[in-house]
Design a protein around this ligand. Structure first.
Ligand code: DGY
Length: 325
């Protein structure tokens, strides 16, 4: 049997590319050539190859127009990400194309990244690092770069899915009190004593640190706006490792400038890699380049998971474990 034809839009870790090349007639993007930013180009390449599968990643424009332009040969789009707001699921479903993601395997790494940002924001780590590198540090001083401790603070987790729950487990080690906001209350074994809020008002006014883990898309667009920020306690922290579009950037910049929000830590941005210019001049925001799942262990696990989904559909004629359509 000929190997199924697979198009990879991105450079992936070497063992993943090796497995893809072993099991598929795979066309790699080993140079990470940015043609993946152009949906028409993805469709053109898929058509030229007669691709049956596309292994794409977060940010690739797999929107309705791209999906409409794909050749009939495409049976599965496997994204190397847990988020799938870059894929028009309805358009894929209408064409009978299976879409899969990579849940579970990146939950700990992404929670770890949120915790990194929480510590950076609370302890002014970015400011301190910039000071040392700029040669501006003049020695230890009792009032220098005083931050706030996380110990005993109320952590508000917006989106209590797998990543949010991993963060809760880490935060318990810092003796934080856990609050969460989600559409539904979690069962006791997942809640583990965390306080559920069924509305944004009580949730936002209860917390000292807000960590956002919401899916992207229209339903969460600019959720953290000026009105919700105003509900938060003065001096709170805001962390976002979910999707950049969930934050109204102008409102957050204003709250950071006024000091109503003491500090923020961001890993994701609306329209990334573009960064809202207002953040760049602020000392009290830590900015990471979408590192959430970027550990060697996690990226390998994501690749294995994505290939497992492709194998299910294209090699074993089975239902993929992570099928979204
Ligand atoms: C995800 O998996 O959705 C991350 O945000 C990026 O890959």
């Amino acid at each position: 049997m000929p190997k199924p034809v697979l198009l990879l839009t991105r450079k992936l870790p070497e063992p993943i590319e090796a497995r893809a090349a072993r099991d598929y007639a795979a066309t790699l993007n080993s140079a990470d050539d940015p043609w993946y930013r152009d949906g028409a180009e993805i469709a053109r390449r898929a058509a030229a190859l007669g691709a049956q599968g596309i292994l794409c990643a977060a940010g690739d424009p797999m929107n309705a127009a791209t999906i409409a332009a794909l050749p009939d040969s495409v049976r599965i789009i496997a994204t190397f990400s847990v988020g799938y707001d870059h894929i028009d699921l309805a358009a894929a479903k209408a064409r009978g194309i299976v879409v899969t993601n990579t849940p579970d395997v990146l939950s700990f790494a992404t929670a770890e990244c949120a915790f990194t940002l929480m510590l950076m924001a609370a302890r002014r780590a970015g400011e301190g690092e910039r000071m040392v590198r700029a040669g501006k540090w003049e020695g230890w001083a009792p009032t220098q770069l005083m931050g706030v401790t996380l110990e005993g603070k109320a952590l508000g987790i917006a989106g209590f899915g797998r990543i949010g729950r991993e963060l809760a487990a880490m935060a318990r080690g810092f003796r934080m009190k856990i609050h969460y906001r989600d559409l539904r209350r979690a069962p006791p074994e997942l809640e583990q004593g965390a306080t559920f809020h069924d509305n944004d008002e009580t949730f936002l006014s209860a917390v000292d640190v807000l960590s956002m883990h919401m899916p992207g898309g229209e339903a969460t667009r600019k959720w953290l706006n000026a009105a919700r920020l105003a509900r938060m306690k003065p001096g709170s922290l805001v962390i976002n490792t979910g999707r950049g579009g969930s934050v109204d950037d102008a409102a957050l910049v204003e709250a950071l400038r006024s000091g109503h929000i003491r500090a923020a830590g961001l890993d994701v941005y609306d329209g990334e890699p573009r960064i809202f210019p207002g953040y760049l001049g602020l000392e009290n925001v830590a900015l990471l380049p979408h590192l959430g799942s970027a550990t060697i262990e996690t990226r390998l696990a994501m690749g294995e998971r994505a290939l497992g989904n492709l194998d299910a559909v294209l090699i074993h004629a089975k239902i993929a474990n992570d099928a979204l359509t």
